[in-house]
Design a protein around this ligand. Structure first.
Ligand code: NAP
Length: 255
């Protein structure tokens, strides 16, 4: 992907991306930034935030870094406040944070783990938007990052998959609630070799099985996810709201 050839669809726009110091979130922040947005990157660890800010600045991107653990109310408020102090508005929010703390079957999963999955993968997205809603520009855009696992939760990550199914419904419901000034859409990535998916994609046999489940015979890249997210967040998608774009190389994706 030749990153020097990107357009400038986000010139003058301000974009918040949660969980954006590495992996898919980082690539989304990079893509929006290279297309002209002022981007606000965040994650739980100051060191990771500082490194991401440095990396993005080195690519000529206007960037602010804020520590934000998405399930911490004060951190979420701070993320919105600092964005407004620095840039005065919010045009794009990409809600990307997720946890996958267990490989247990759903009925074997501890209540505390069920709570954590709901808290981070679903509730935190709602609460962040609650804090941000009053400050969203006319013509703004929200993108949730779900997963192809939302459509058919795999046994080893079943409850995680179910929280990602919830995001498909949340996309529809909030698209209605925030219309007509804010569009709400969702990207459902296939398997991408990041730290998050390491336990799956680092195993050669598992990796090959997943590759064979795609029509394109490969795993996804973080840049594939960033391209789809940038499309939905941009004015190119100005008549699209309440939709989920599956970016999974043709893996089956039907509820
Ligand atoms: P990743 O490479 O492991 O990156 C995770 C990022 O999230 C890091 O920047 C991490 O930084 C931050 N983070 C983790 N927990 C956080 C929290 N509670 N609050 C704020 N930031 C947090 O993960 P990824 O693969 O890019 O995953 C990103 C999203 O894509 C997730 O929603 C995931 O469900 C979805 N997804 C991934 C795949 C895949 O195959 N990779 C497939 C489908 C969907 P700190 O450690 O500093 O917090």
């Amino acid at each position: 992907m030749d990153k020097t050839k990107f357009g400038k669809r986000f010139q003058g726009k301000v974009a918040i991306v949660t969980a954006s110091t590495q992996g898919i979130g980082f690539s989304i922040a990079e893509r929006l930034g290279l297309e002209g947005a002022s981007v606000v990157v965040s994650s739980r660890k100051q060191k990771n935030v500082d490194e991401a800010v440095q990396n993005l600045k080195a690519r000529g991107i206007e960037v602010l870094g804020v520590v934000c653990h998405v399930s911490n109310a004060q951190d979420r408020k701070n993320l919105i406040d600092k964005t407004l102090q620095e840039y005065g508005k919010i045009d794009v929010i990409v809600s990307n944070a997720a946890a996958n703390p267990s490989v247990d079957a759903i009925l074997q999963t501890k209540e505390s783990v069920l709570d954590k999955l709901w808290e981070i993968n679903v509730k935190a997205s709602i609460l962040l938007l609650k804090d941000a809603a009053l400050h969203l520009s006319k013509g703004s855009s929200v993108v949730f990052i779900s997963s192809v696992s939302a459509f058919q939760p795999p046994a080893a990550m079943a409850m995680y998959g179910v929280t990602k199914t919830a995001l498909l419904g949340l996309t529809k419901a909030l698209a209605d609630e925030l219309a007509p000034d804010t569009r709400v859409n969702c990207v459902a990535p296939g398997f991408v070799p990041t730290h998050f998916a390491e336990f799956i994609t680092s195993n050669k046999a598992v990796r090959e099985t997943i590759e064979q489940k795609t029509l394109l015979n490969r795993l996804g890249t973080t840049e594939d996810m960033a391209a789809a997210t940038a499309f939905l967040a941009s004015d190119d998608a100005s008549y699209i709201t309440g939709e989920t774009l599956v970016v999974a190389g043709g893996m089956p994706s039907r509820l």
